[in-house]
Ligand binder design. Structure first.
Ligand code: SF4
Ligand code: SF4
Length: 382
């Protein structure tokens, strides 16, 4: 298992984490088997947003002996009311639900206290100007939580969160389908088929590109949720691309976005954990989501760099995918961020070494105009 740093916190987490969502409804033994297996395989990052009492209790028992090995995310605002999950900002519900979380998971402290599921700007503003954030910050001051995070499906809200100094991590939904969509503040829209029948959809939506860039620049880690699009990307029938990706493809896509530290994979059994951690020993060919997407009958990344690396080797030894990534991160700025300029200019070979031979373009499955990008990148970073 490989580990990545969570931004300025310096905490190292496994690049594949356990999203515990599907443990709800499992017995204690089933939950423990999955959690023990994850632990044995080096997974040390766990997200539990669920409010259902049994799943919390089962997780608490399962991690009791290995608590210190885990980095845990728990959520403020996920409550259990009348036998149902309810997301709320009502403090008389939020506080007991959080206390219940700490008790059932048997935690003395929580690594990341997440502000749960904020998809609307109004909701974000109310949280940040009211009792909710005061309570969260008080938990941090008291040492109950070590760090503050926020979960959202909206790039607009995520961008707002990057402006709040004490939000140190953002849990964000990323996959190749969502990445094509502009900001939507209703998660239901993401899962409607019609959303993906829009002929205009092409490549990475600018707002999401901006989010990745800002997070990279500010060193705010993104933790991925919905990396498989709830399993839809794994089925040709259900995928908006009309082709099936594998878990390894999806994980590679997510982990190669800028600023991403880890992907929380939701699993129903040990077999699904195995399918995810197969990523760690997968060959480049097995990780190659690009070859699958490029032949997809629906939707396209034509002309857009997905950082797949197919264009290598470069005649001038340039890491083309890396230069393209820095270029994408910098191009929307009036003034190039110094950190990105430095990253580019520190490469052993960078855009200014391009001799415009064009051989890389023949190998790019998405027909990216690499020579033109190299020219633009050279000017931008000079
Ligand atoms: S330029 Fe093309 S081949 Fe190279 S990394 Fe980008 S998408 Fe992949
Ligand atoms: S065109 Fe530039 S980037 Fe592409 S292979 Fe030639 S030297 Fe490398």
């Amino acid at each position: 298992m490989k580990y990545r740093k969570l931004g300025k916190t310096g905490i190292k987490v496994s690049e594949i984490g356990l999203g515990a969502e599907w443990l709800q409804g499992k017995t204690l033994d089933e939950s423990k088997d999955i959690i023990d297996y994850c632990h044995k395989e080096g997974i040390n990052f766990l997200d539990c947003w669920m409010s259902e009492p049994n799943v919390r209790t089962n997780i608490g028992i399962s991690i009791k002996d290995t608590r210190e090995d885990w980095i845990i995310q728990g959520h403020f605002g996920s409550t259990w009311q009348d036998e149902q999950y309810v997301r709320t900002r009502e403090m008389d519900k939020v506080i007991p639900a959080f206390e219940d979380f700490m008790e059932r998971l048997q935690l003395d402290y929580l690594d990341f206290g997440m502000i749960h599921f904020v998809d609307e700007i109004e909701d974000f503003e109310e949280i940040m100007n009211g009792e909710f954030i005061k309570y969260v910050r008080q938990q941090k001051e008291n040492g109950v939580i070590k760090h503050i995070g926020l979960s959202t499906h909206s790039p607009t809200v995520a961008l707002l969160a990057t402006e709040v100094e004490d939000i140190e991590l953002i849990m964000f939904s990323i996959n190749p389908a969502f990445d094509m969509l502009a900001s939507i503040n209703n998660i239901e829209v993401y899962i409607e088929d019609d959303t993906y029948n829009d002929k205009e959809l092409e490549g990475l939506a600018p707002e999401r590109a901006e989010l990745y860039q800002i997070c990279k620049e500010k060193n705010i880690p993104l933790v991925v949720m919905k990396g498989y699009f709830g399993g839809r990307l794994l089925s040709a029938e259900d995928s908006p691309f009309g082709v099936a990706l594998t878990p390894v493809h999806c994980i590679e896509y997510c982990l190669s976005r800028p600023a991403v530290a880890s992907i929380m994979v939701g699993v129903k059994d040990v077999g699904e954990v195995e399918a995810a951690i197969a990523y760690e020993s997968a060959s480049l060919k097995e990780k190659d989501y690009a070859s699958v997407l490029v032949n997809a009958p629906k939707n396209s990344y034509e002309g857009q760099c997905t950082y797949c690396g197919h264009c290598a080797p470069c005649t001038a030894n340039i890491d083309i995918a890396k230069v393209n990534k820095f270029y994408d991160l910098a191009k929307h700025h009036d003034e190039v961020p110094e950190s990105i300029r430095a990253h580019h200019n520190d490469l052993a070979y960078n855009a200014s070494d391009c001799i415009a031979c064009g051989s890389c373009e023949d190998r790019c499955p998405f027909h990216v105009g690499i020579v033109e990008i190299m020219e633009k990148a050279k000017k931008l970073f000079e």
